[in-house]
Design a protein around this ligand. Structure first.
Ligand code: ADP
Ligand code: MG
Length: 150
């Protein structure tokens, strides 16, 4: 299944993430793809905020992974930008992916594609202007509850 959304500000991208976040049950995997500066981390920020974690969301580019606790669900946020091969991180990721009390968000998922489940929400963000983004979201039927009224 596939849906497309246009946003005209970071706040609108975060609002979209917040609407999706309301439906999260735990155990879901969200893959975010875009060029650098597309809005993947901005989207994640909205998601984490909606789940109620007070933790500050920052780009994990130089740390590869971050965790946000204290909300309705625990969020693991991975960023594989510039990582040539997944290595040991793929093992870590595979373990977390089975955790029903956590949501996994992965930026630049290509390098770890094999460690991700088929059933995932895939969000591709295309910059169409300085403040304009088109978000194309594809997902299997089993995850359509995430996109209800979004
Ligand atoms: P990425 O994680 O994909 O590299 P970031 O979320 O770190 O991207 O950065 C996105 C940048 O684009 C931020 O500076 C943000 O303010 C800006 N921006 C402008 N318009 C939008 C929009 N509609 N949605 C998301 N980000 C936007
Ligand atoms: Mg980022």
């Amino acid at each position: 299944m596939k849906q497309e959304y246009g946003t005209e500000s970071p706040a609108e991208t975060q609002a979209l993430a917040m609407r999706i976040a309301q439906h999260l049950r735990g155990g879901e995997v969200i893959e975010l793809a875009s060029d650098l500066g597309g809005g993947k981390t901005t989207f994640t920020h909205g998601l984490v905020r909606a789940l109620g974690s007070p933790d500050k969301v920052a780009s994990p580019t130089f740390t590869i992974s971050r965790e946000y606790r204290g909300g309705r669900l625990h969020v693991f946020h991975f960023d594989f930008y510039r990582l040539g091969e997944a290595g040991i991180i793929a093992d870590e990721l595979a373990e977390i992916v089975g955790d029903p009390s956590a949501v996994v968000v992965v930026e630049w998922a290509d390098v770890v594609a094999q460690a991700l489940p088929e059933h995932r929400l895939r969000i591709h963000i295309q910059a169409t202007g300085e403040h304009n983004r088109t978000l194309t979201i594809t997902y299997p039927e089993a995850l359509s509850y995430l996109m209800e009224d979004v």
